[in-house]
Design a binder for this molecule. Structure first.
Ligand SMILES: *Cc1c(COP(=O)(O)O)cnc(C)c1O
Length: 290
């Protein structure tokens, strides 16, 4: 299914605090392999397939969109899938909606302590896992690697490269943002809204790209990964009601919340044409009605 070109992704125009925004609805790319995860998995699955793999192993938290997407993609390919899930204590509990769905797709879980999970990129730990699962193609957390970046370059088409000066995207590991940066035209600015606290992402991305037309802000992370504030949740509810575009509280909600503040502070020139990447992730939406 990755061989077929993703259909033309709809661009939706909205009025937002007196500005015109164009939203690229990656949430509509595939019902389950949602948003940026479709692009991040594409070349990983194609490369693994070419090498004869029929089993994928990856890492994530219990609500991870990447886990859900990987489970679905593996099922479509007829492969086994295994996930290393952060949090030993979860082994004893009923599955949440993400894990229940992934499990239905045939995914096997291995719940590990936070301490062990932190070793997810260490060569010895990866060697240990490869030894335990000798037939598995190992995908890093969030699916971020060179293949993922290659896939995310396809998010922008030729029109996007000409029509927009500013491209906004939510950031977790930064793989998607790196793809956008690599694909971008030099006179475009790429602005990442981090879902996490801290400026380590800027340093990590500097290792991944030599381009300079980008920036990451963590100002609107609302205290850190998966943290929310009443203001954020109220913003999301109001946005969804006004525009009939669903958001979630971890990534896309924080991006648009941040953008609303920046627009109201007058940070963008009126001539600026703004493209918003809606990176999907709606399976992880947990917003109680007001
Ligand atoms: C995973 C995810 C991101 C973060 O993507 P990275 O490539 O890890 O930065 C952003 N938005 C949504 C909805 C996601 O599911």
């Amino acid at each position: 299914m990755f061989n077929t070109i993703a259909q033309e992704i709809p661009l939706q125009r909205i009025d937002f605090y007196g500005r015109e925004l164009w939203i690229k609805r990656l949430d509509l790319v595939h019902p389950h392999i949602s948003g940026n995860k479709f692009y991040k998995l594409k070349y990983n699955f194609l490369a693994a397939q070419a090498q004869g793999y029929q089993h994928v192993l990856t890492f994530g938290g219990a609500y991870s969109n990447h886990i859900a997407a990987t489970a679905f993609a593996a099922q479509l390919f007829g492969w086994k899938s295994t996930a290393i899930i952060r949090g030993e204590e979860l082994a004893e509990r009923p599955y949440n909606s993400t894990l229940a769905l992934a499990h239905e797709m045939g995914m096997q879980f291995r719940f590990v302590s936070r301490e062990m999970y932190r070793q997810k990129n260490h060569p010895e730990f990866l060697q240990f896992l490869q030894h335990e699962y000798p037939d598995a193609y190992i995908l890093p957390e969030g699916g971020t690697n060179a293949f993922a970046i290659q896939g995310c370059q396809e998010i922008l088409n030729a029109d996007d490269l000409h029509q927009f000066n500013l491209i906004c995207c939510a950031v977790g590991t930064g793989g998607t943002l790196t793809g956008l940066i690599e694909a971008s035209h030099p006179n475009q600015q790429i602005l990442g809204f981090s879902a996490l606290k801290g400026d380590f992402l800027t340093q990590e991305l500097q290792q991944l790209t030599s381009k300079k037309n980008w920036q990451i802000t963590d100002e609107f992370c609302c205290g850190g990964y998966a943290k929310t504030t009443p203001e954020l949740l109220a913003f999301i509810r109001a946005f969804e009601k006004e525009h009939a575009i669903p958001l979630e509280q971890i990534y896309t909600g924080k991006m648009l919340f941040g953008l609303s503040h920046m627009i109201q502070r007058g940070e963008f020139n009126t001539g600026e044409h703004i493209l918003i990447i809606h990176s999907g992730g709606l399976q992880g939406r947990h917003i109680a009605p007001a």
